[in-house]
Every structure is written in C-alpha cells, then in structure tokens.
Design a protein around this ligand. Structure first.
Ligand SMILES: *[C@@H]1O[C@H](CO)[C@@H](O)[C@H](O)[C@H]1NC(C)=O
Ligand SMILES: *[C@@H]1O[C@H](CO)[C@@H](O)[C@H](O)[C@H]1NC(C)=O
Length: 517
C-alpha cells in the first residue's frame, strides 16, 4: 500500500489574535513539511479566511457548525473582534461547548481518509477540552501558543492560583509556582484578571480548562528557546509535557496584506521616506490592530513626539470610545496643527489604519519601537534588533513588558493600560533614553541586536546547521509519528473500535479490488 500523505488538523479560538498566528503556522507547516492541513473554524470566520490564503495554498478550510444566537450572543457574532467586550467570556464558553461536534467532525474526516488518523491536532490555548477528545480518538494533540513562554506562564499561574486576591491596587505579589517571575504589581493585571475572585466566569472558565493542558501531548510556542527559556521551563515543570519553541513564525508581507489589513501607506512610500532618514533615527509607534489609547493619552503622546524632536512613524486609530475602524479625525484628537507641522518639518508620518510593520522594523533608519508588546510585535521588533518602549494594553502584554525590561534588558516601560495618566514630558524622556547615545540606550540596542541574532539563528536550516526552532519542529513531528506508530499497533490488537471498523472496511475494499484485478 502506498504511503498516504499525512494531514494535520488545526483549530484556533475565534479571534483574529489567535487565528492569524495559527494561519502563519499552517502556512509554515505546509511549506516546510509538505503535510496537508485542515483548518477548522466557525462559518463566518472560514468565509473571511478564504481570501487570506496564499493563492497556491492547499490548506483546506473546514466549517464547524456554530450559531451565535444559541449561545446568548448577538446574531452573526463569531469573532472576538465583533463581540461586545463583556460578551467575550460567552464566546469562550460557547467554544468550549463545541467538543462533541468537533469530535464528530474529526471522525468524519478519518472516514474520508479511509481510516487514516491525523498526524496531530493542534488546538488553541483556550481549548483545553480538546486534549481529552484527542485522547479518546487516539490522536496526538498539542496546544499552540501565539504568546511567549514568560508572558503565558504568568497568565497561566495567576489564573490558576489567583495570588492577587486581597492585594491592594498599589501593591505587588509573587506567583507561588513561578517564583522566577519575581514581583508582579497589581497594576500589571489585565482588567478581568484584576477582578477575578475564583467565582467570576473568567476564573471558572480558566480554572476548568487550563489544567487540561496536562492531558495534551505538549505545547508548541511561537518563541525562541535561547531567550524565553524561563517561561518554557515553567510549563515543562508544571505540566510534565514537552514544550516545543518553534518561532518566530510570522506572516510574510504578502500574506499580511491578504488578511485584510488595509494599509494607510504603501510599503514603497514608507521605504522611500525611511531612506531619507539617518541610520537609527526613527521611532516607530503602533499599538497593534486591536488596541487604541484614550484621547487624553493620545494628546500627550503627540506632544511627546513633537517635543522629542525625533523622526517617527505613528500608526493612529480613533481613541477609546470611538469605533476602532472609523475615520481618524486629526483635528479633534491631535494637537492643533500637528499634522501640518510634522509634514512641513518632515519629522514624522502619521499613518491611518495600518503600516507595513515588517518593512519599517527591518529598515536601518528605525531605532526603536513604542509598542503594546503583543508577542508578534515583540518577535518582529527583536528579530530585527530593534529595542522597545513598552506600553501594554491587555492580556499577557503586561508580563511581556516586565520580561523584556527586567530579564532581557531590551525595553523600557512608558505606561500601563488604556486609562493610566501619562505626561508628555515623561514619554519624551523615555524616548530620549532609548534612542540617544547614553550608556543605557546603547546597552539596550546592543542587547536587542544580540537577541536579534538568536532569533534569526533559531530559524536557520542550512547544511550542517539547524537552529533550535527548526529542531523543535522536527522533535514535535517525530513525537507525533512515534505516538501514531504505537497507536496503530494498539488499534490492531484491540480491533473493536469504530476506527477499526472503518479500517476493516478499507482492507475489505482493497481485497475486492485485488479480486477484480
Ligand atoms: C507559494 O508561493 C510562494 C511565493 O512564490 C512560495 O514562497 C511558497 O513556498 C509557495 N507555497 C506552496 C505551498 O507551494
Ligand atoms: C486528564 O484526563 C483524565 C482521563 O480522561 C481525567 O481523569 C483527568 O481529570 C484529566 N486531567 C486534567 C488535569 O484535566
């Protein structure tokens, strides 16, 4: 019998911040391993994904039935992006109810594949329930985290231990099972976490599903072993499963355009502008596609950019309280005459919507990145040796900043969250610190460039040299093949499962074919 082509099933949580890293991983696996990929999601997300795939991709998109109204959500809301903030937890709970349907879906796929099991199922960090289902099916299962090891370790530990219960807002606390993280300030907690008391729906959800990671075959991380080992070690210790740091896996510039990021400027224009600036002289400012700051923070940031006198590219979005994708009203939200002044002085570019981030970060004129420190942005920045000025907004971003400041030394923190008060003098001072030739600034740039080398090396796959992330991906697929081999043997011994009946059907068919032959 000819060897059949292996296939991998992937299912991210229904949020752009999860779907895009999964898509990047799917494209990477397809390109480097030649496995077939089945990418599962709810109907409206699949519809949107169709146009995001590279034209030559053979990734198969598969709808899992879902009706938001059945889960107390508004009609046609299947993505975190469109769900009102207070309903995000309901979308999470709804996703956890998809277990039975997901199992049926996989069994159908197995039948279509003449009984061949998937090589592995890769599920979301929020889909702990999937580990048990994969066990029942006898399929290798990994959780894939688009977040980094350290940030996710803090997130995981805090949800499971709630060590901040009773801690005052101006105080700090330690993580009982992750002492390496040292002190966490209460102000570093995202809102839902800061309010958690063990009885709220977020604590209940995470308390139920995060421990189930221990039943998966291991965790894939979009990160690099050499600089994120503290957080990775936490998971090895906590779960007793392997972790595979396989990053950075990022969408290419072309694929990024396909996922519907409407560019405010073309990459060519951006590059031409950067070409006119001296080396290491430009500050890039962006809070990612999902976040924005308050109008008073925006005003202070604008003033800081102006008084600092640095060159800058700033991706602006309407401030909090306004539809994030609506028209940007510079006359209302920026200091009077700001855009004209910076246009005349040629000091800055104010970009509406989205800028070609990779082009900017890879340009030699770019010196620092003022960022919300979402993990993708961190990898892109450090991957090009660009130090960060951290202003976390949500989720594990606060812990990413802590890690980059305290452990890696490639970041200074400028502000915390969407409501904190900021003064333009303070922001300008931090910008000066990172971009100037003072000892601290030079040291940060030196470290960032060293981390940049680590990140580049991790993905190298050359004659005689395999980077740590390439090796980790090899290890991951080897582990999946090993488990499959063992399960095939077990299946043959047992011979009574549904899968076995399917297989028998196959054997029968082959015999008939032979007879006819
Ligand atoms: C698709 O085309 C791109 C650009 O030519 C190439 O880099 C990639 O490897 C191709 N992917 C597949 C799956 O053939
Ligand atoms: C792992 O699976 C076993 C068997 O299905 C179950 O009893 C156990 O509770 C699960 N462990 C966790 C941590 O969820």
């Amino acid at each position: 019998m000819a060897e059949k082509r292996e296939y991998v099933v992937m299912f991210p949580f229904m949020a752009q911040g999860h779907i895009i890293p999964f898509l990047a991983l799917a494209i990477h696996i397809e390109k480097t391993r030649n496995y077939k990929i089945t990418f599962v999601n709810t109907p409206l997300n699949i519809k949107k994904l169709r146009s995001s795939l590279p034209p030559n991709s053979s990734i198969q998109l598969l709808e899992i039935p879902f009706n938001s109204c059945d889960h107390g959500l508004p009609p046609n809301t299947e993505n975190c992006d469109v769900v009102p903030y207070q309903c995000v937890i309901r979308l999470l709970e709804a996703s956890a109810s998809l277990g039975t349907i997901f199992k049926d879906l996989i069994e159908d796929i197995i039948q279509q594949q003449d009984g061949q099991l998937p090589l592995c199922i890769i599920g979301d960090i929020f889909f702990g329930w999937m580990a048990g289902i994969a066990q029942e099916l006898g399929v290798f299962h990994a959780v894939f985290s688009g977040a980094g090891g350290f940030g996710l370790a803090c997130y995981y530990s805090i949800w499971l231990n709630l060590p901040h219960k009773g801690v005052k807002a101006d105080d700090h606390f330690l993580l009982p099972d992750f002492q390496e993280a040292s002190k966490i300030q209460f102000t570093q907690l995202p809102i839902t976490m800061s309010k958690a008391d063990g009885k709220d729906s977020w604590s209940v959800f995470h308390g139920k599903y995060l421990p189930e990671w221990a039943n998966s075959s291991g965790i894939l991380f979009n990160t690099v072993e050499e600089f994120d080992h503290v957080g990775l070690t936490y998971f090895k210790r906590k779960l007793g499963t392997p972790v595979w740091p396989v990053g950075p896996i990022l969408l290419s510039i072309e694929n990024r355009a396909r996922v519907g990021k409407e560019a405010g400027i073309t990459p060519e224009f951006c590059k031409a502008w950067l070409d006119t600036k001296p080396q290491n002289s430009v500050l890039y400012v962006s809070f990612g596609s999902m976040n924005t700051i308050s109008s008073s923070q925006m005003m202070q940031l604008a003033k800081a950019l102006e008084v600092s006198g640095k060159n800058f590219i700033w991706v602006v979005r309407p401030p909090i309280g306004f539809e994030i994708n609506s028209e940007f009203k510079a006359e209302e939200w920026l200091p009077e005459g700001f855009e004209e002044r910076i246009r005349e002085s040629k000091k800055g570019l104010v970009v509406h919507k989205w800028a070609p981030q990779l082009e900017i970060l890879s340009h030699k004129s770019t010196s620092a990145f003022l960022s919300h420190c979402g993990w993708n942005s961190v990898l892109e920045s450090l991957g090009h040796g660009v130090p960060l000025i951290g202003w976390a907004m949500a989720a594990e971003q606060f812990f990413n900043v802590k890690f980059l400041v305290e452990d890696v030394g490639v970041c200074v923190e400028v502000a915390r969250g969407k409501t904190c008060e900021v003064k333009h003098e303070d922001i300008a001072a931090k910008i000066e610190l990172v971009m100037s030739d003072c000892v601290k600034g030079k040291e940060m740039r030196r470290k960032a460039s060293k981390v940049g080398e680590m990140i580049k090396n991790a993905m190298k796959d050359e004659k005689g040299f395999k980077g740590s992330s390439v090796k980790a991906m090899d290890d991951f697929f080897n582990a999946a093949r090993t488990m499959r081999g063992q399960n095939d043997q077990k299946q043959q011994k047992r011979g009574d499962s549904k899968l076995e009946r399917v297989k028998k059907g196959l054997i029968c068919t082959e015999q008939q074919v032979k007879n006819v032959g």
